[in-house]
Design a protein around this ligand. Structure first.
Ligand code: GTP
Ligand code: MG
Length: 392
């Protein structure tokens, strides 16, 4: 076991450095605020660190870097015992807890730096807005205003910073994103809406997902139900050929295989597929129930694709969506659709900044209520985040 120290200007940057250097499985032993930022100490398994060091120690010309998907990561190999896998799960859970705690620390620091803006900061914190964006918003809200006015100003600032674009209804749209994000369901919901509004003959579906046995079948079942044609393309050439044949269709939706943000090779080949097809609109499907730092990893990994907008899914399962909103603002990504349930047809609406912001406030209110209900009366004063928190 070896110990390594990482430094970042804030907790998110330090965490990102750890995951860039060591993959996702490093275990974080401690985190502390130091001058100019945050310091993380992580433990590294010796065998993995040795492999990494050997690769790095070779002269540049000799370095035979393994393919990206076989790059040694600090992963528990599948041959290792169930006990180790459980340990890994526990470490993952503590990593998530640590991230939340560091976020809280970041908020505390912002509060100390700008005590006069504490009401606006507390509102942003309750929404789960990323600390840096929260601090920037709070700076724009005059501290002398009443809490109600400050809340309305934050609402309106968020609405102004978020962007949405009209839902596409012609050309070709590909849905991309991590596994299980809701790409196929969203495509089925859009197709169902075309059928409901008498445009069955205007639409066709193509799936390029040949990674899972059931993936193509899933879209075919929807196609059968709605009587919408579904085509399968197993290569870029095949996709191009099918698109040509479907030239008479007004709108074509392209379903793609779910690719995790660490699978750089997978995203590279998806990028090549998209690049080989003419005039294609690419929407990134983002599950709103993931933490902001996970969403950021997904967005960054997919940024090599010409993403024009986002389909925000799993909104019904999100505890708060300040993280999603922060990432959409930070990465300047407009939203197109919002999916808030698994039901097909249904549970899909055109996204607007006002709807997202209003959802963010109502989720934050529910979250705060639940927090209050679970904190014993004698502990309420210690639960600073919510006992001092502003009404949202
Ligand atoms: N609660 C909820 N469930 C959803 C939503 N969208 C999709 N699902 C469910 O999430 C699961 C995965 O949805 P899919 O549409 O298959 O996701 P996908 O992105 O196509 O998945 P892969 O093809 O495996 O990458 C299914 O059980 C869906 O019913 C949503 O907005 N809310
Ligand atoms: Mg799918």
């Amino acid at each position: 076991m070896k110990f390594m120290t990482f430094f970042g200007s804030d907790s998110s940057q330090a965490m990102r450095r750890v995951s860039e250097e060591l993959g996702a499985e490093a275990s974080i032993l401690s985190c502390r605020r130091v001058e100019g930022g945050v310091e993380l100490i992580v433990s590294v398994d010796d065998s993995a660190s040795a492999t990494l060091q050997q690769a790095d120690a070779k002269p540049a010309a000799d370095v035979q870097r393994p393919p990206r998907n076989t790059r040694p990561r600090l992963q528990v190999a599948s041959s290792q015992s169930e006990e180790l896998r459980m340990l890994k799960r526990e470490l993952d859970a503590s990593r998530r807890t640590l991230e939340r705690e560091m976020n809280a620390q970041d908020w505390a620091v912002e509060g100390v730096k700008k005590p006069s803006h504490s009401i606006a900061l507390q509102i942003c914190e309750a929404l789960d807005i990323a600390p840096r964006l929260g601090a920037a918003l709070a700076r724009k809200v005059p501290a002398k205003e009443s809490p109600d006015v400050q809340r309305e100003m934050i609402r309106s600032l968020l609405r102004r910073q978020l962007k949405s674009i009209p839902t596409p209804a012609e050309g070709v749209t590909a849905l991309v994103g991590p596994p299980g994000a809701g790409k196929t369901s969203t495509i089925a919901k859009i197709a169902a809406e075309f059928v409901r509004t008498g445009r069955r003959n205007d639409i066709a579906l193509i799936t390029t997902d040949n990674t899972r046995i059931a993936a193509q079948e899933q879209l075919r079942v929807y196609g059968d139900i709605f009587q919408v044609p579904v085509h399968t393309a197993n290569s870029a050439d095949e996709a191009a050929r099918i698109l040509k044949i479907l030239g008479n269709k007004q709108y074509i939706l392209l379903d793609t295989a779910g690719i995790g943000f660490r699978d750089r090779d997978g995203i590279d080949s998806l990028g090549s597929l998209i690049a080989s097809l003419p005039d294609i609109d690419v929407l990134l499907t983002l599950p709103a129930d993931r933490e902001a730092y996970v969403l950021e990893e997904i967005i960054d990994a997919y940024s090599q694709l010409p993403i024009t907008g986002v389909v925000a899914t799993h909104l019904d399962e999100a505890v708060r969506i300040g993280g999603l909103i922060s990432m959409l603002i930070k990465k300047r990504l407009p939203t197109v659709w919002i999916s808030d349930g698994a039901q097909v047809p249904g549970n899909l609406t055109a996204a607007t900044p006002a709807a997202l912001v209003s959802q963010a406030f109502s989720l934050a209110r529910e979250f705060k209520k639940r927090q209050r209900a679970t904190v014993a009366p004698q502990d309420r004063d210690e639960n600073q985040t919510f006992s001092r928190g502003q009404r949202v």
